[in-house]
Design a protein around this ligand. Structure first.
Ligand SMILES: [Mn+2]
Length: 329
């Protein structure tokens, strides 16, 4: 029996033995985190169990369309009585730190409340009792589809997991094994899904405020080193001026990742004064996961991020200098 099958068996035993499960995803969740959480919750519900999704914040508005089943509750850590749960699933969480408010709940979980860590980040720290970590998978949603298979799905599970696949592959444009990605997607398409609806919600539909904010970012787009490096920024003043919260800048980096010739694209996002979130995208093989790790961040070879405190200009200066050295420019 393969390692994957052995782990699947152990997980099904835990599910069969238990009744109520907690699903935790990483802070500042993305479409794969939320999609895989709803997908797994639907699978558990179909098996007659109850699952609660624990976030570090309220469900971000742009992922509200994934909330199609009122019986699946989303909550925050302060409202959780962890003793209720028979096991904890962590989805799409690479490092303990990314659990944020759930770090203690997960890392100090007793043996009889096992932690099942399902993820596709190469820097995953295997903090679970069971770790299903596959960096060759496009998304956590894909791993869940491959683990549980078609028989575990219903419409809601298929909808959510398909959404996770769409999100992390940029609508099937990237992912290292597209045949495998499409095979997982095909499982979902046995249900009558509206793939356009999912695509539009992630990538097309934007509020007026968000578009205005994007215009500011694009206005500050800089191309340096013969256009090999591109970067843009928004400031806390921009957010204030347009009366927007951080959510408004979701997905901006993906919209500029097609800048011609750029090997690396960076987005400096100062959502609070002196708090800068930096997103990296790589088009030509430069490993931005390794680079982000220099600043305490992480992610994937082609898409990563980190967080830094300090004046925006200083942070930008430091990161750009360091990037030039790392790229040998
Ligand atoms: Mn993911």
């Amino acid at each position: 029996m393969s390692d994957f099958k052995i782990k699947y068996k152990k997980i099904t035993q835990i599910i069969r033995k238990g009744q109520t499960f907690l699903i935790v995803v990483h802070e500042d969740p993305d479409g794969d985190a939320i999609g895989s959480a709803y997908g797994l919750a639907s699978i558990l519900k179909k098996k007659g169990n109850t699952a609660v999704i624990g976030l570090n914040q309220a469900l971000p508005g742009r992922y509200e369309f994934l909330n199609i089943d009122d019986s699946i509750k989303v909550t925050t850590h302060d409202k959780i009585n962890v003793n209720r749960f028979d096991a904890i699933f962590t989805l799409d969480v690479s490092r303990e730190k990314r659990l944020k408010n759930y770090e203690d709940i997960v890392l100090k979980s007793p043996k009889d409340r096992p932690v099942i860590n399902i993820d596709h980040h190469p820097d995953n720290q295997n903090f679970g009792q069971i770790n299903v970590v596959d960096p060759t998978a496009s998304s956590t949603s894909q791993i869940i589809l491959e683990l549980f298979g078609i028989r575990a799905l219903d419409y809601n599970a298929a909808f959510s997991l398909y959404a996770g696949l769409v999100y992390d592959t940029g609508s099937f444009r990237h992912g290292n094994n597209l045949k495998r990605v499409h095979e997982a997607a095909a499982l979902c398409l046995n249900f009558d899904l509206d793939s356009n609806y999912i695509y539009d919600n992630f990538f097309s539909i934007q509020s007026e405020g968000s578009l205005k904010l994007f215009a500011k970012a694009v206005n500050r787009l800089n191309l340096i080193e013969k256009s090999q490096v591109a970067y843009m920024s928004i400031t806390s003043e921009d957010y204030k001026e347009l009366k927007l919260d951080e959510e408004a800048s979701g997905g901006f980096i993906n919209k500029v990742s097609m800048v011609e010739d750029a090997s690396v694209i960076m987005f400096f996002n100062e959502f609070e004064k002196n708090e800068v979130k930096i997103s990296f995208r790589s088009n030509r093989g430069f490993n931005v996961s390794e680079f982000a790790q220099k600043f305490g961040g992480g992610g994937h070879v082609k898409a990563s991020g980190c967080f830094m405190e300090g004046l925006l200009e200083k942070v930008m200066d430091k990161v750009i200098k360091s990037l030039k050295i790392a790229m040998g420019l």
